[in-house]
Ligand binder design. Structure first.
Ligand SMILES: [Zn+2]
Length: 254
């Protein structure tokens, strides 16, 4: 399975509009971060986790030709606002399956009512096939099993996903012990680390490192990164040998 980091930034992306922060002015390509998402593919299967406002650019840059579905973590705009741009895939393939919590579907129906219109729907509008995700109910994506991981983003429940020995958890602040059990034996864990300073709904760097120690994957990649985390190169030097700051367009094989 290939994992392509389409975006590794927090909700505003890096650089932040109008910011003079040194990280926003950095010339290092690893300090440029689109909104967070990954593309996972194997054989002829191709899925993304989340579909944020940079989706169009991410699909063009990565060269993604086909999309078998979108797994949503939660409804926040930095994870969902790109849904209008699935249209090129609709024109080639028809409805795109979207895997999501019932609450996330209600939110998308409010915010993107035209996508879910059943009467007089505009012919060029995006079309999706919702598939509800429930905790403790594994589901199939292609010929693989996706295991939902139920975690908390402050007060908001969010789904992470485990597929084989890969797990992707973003926008996490707290995780119950029972869910940590579902993460045993991972080769690769991707988890959010916003910045050094604590935050009410995201892991800080130290919280992410402590969580990685608990889960004990072979390797871990940090994502959903704020410009206030610092320069990629400097932060990476301070991390343990099996922990990496992800960056946009990084590709790994599991
Ligand atoms: Zn987010």
């Amino acid at each position: 399975m290939k994992v392509y980091f389409l975006g590794t930034g927090t909700s505003q992306g890096i650089p932040v509009i109008g910011s003079n922060h040194p990280v926003c002015n950095s010339n290092d390509f690893k300090d440029k971060r689109l909104r967070v998402s990954v593309w996972i593919s194997w054989e002829n299967h191709s899925f993304v986790i989340d579909c944020g406002p940079d989706f169009r650019q991410q699909m063009l840059t990565s060269g993604c030709q086909k999309l078998d579905g979108i797994l949503f973590t939660h409804e926040h705009a930095d994870h969902t606002a790109g849904i209008d741009d699935i249209r090129p895939f609709n024109f080639k393939q028809g409805n795109i399956p979207i895997y999501l919590d019932d609450r996330v579907l209600v939110s998308l129906k409010q915010r993107f009512a035209y996508v879910f219109e059943t009467v007089n729907k505009y012919p060029g509008a995006p079309s999706v096939e919702p598939i509800l995700v429930k905790n403790n109910q594994n589901f199939k994506i292609g010929d693989k099993t996706a295991i939902p991981i139920y975690v908390m983003h402050g007060d908001l429940p969010v789904f992470g996903y485990r597929i084989d020995d890969f797990a992707y958890l973003t926008d996490v602040k707290t995780v119950e012990d029972g869910e940590i059990e579902k993460l045993k034996g991972l080769k690769v864990l991707v988890v959010n680390a916003l910045r050094e300073e604590p935050h009410h709904s995201h892991f800080s760097l130290q919280e992410a490192l402590d969580f990685i120690t608990l889960v004990n994957p072979e390797k871990a990649y940090l994502t959903h990164i704020s410009h206030t985390m610092g320069f990629h190169e400097e932060v990476q030097k301070r991390l343990p040998a099996n922990i990496f700051l992800a960056y946009d367009n990084l590709q790994i094989t599991i």
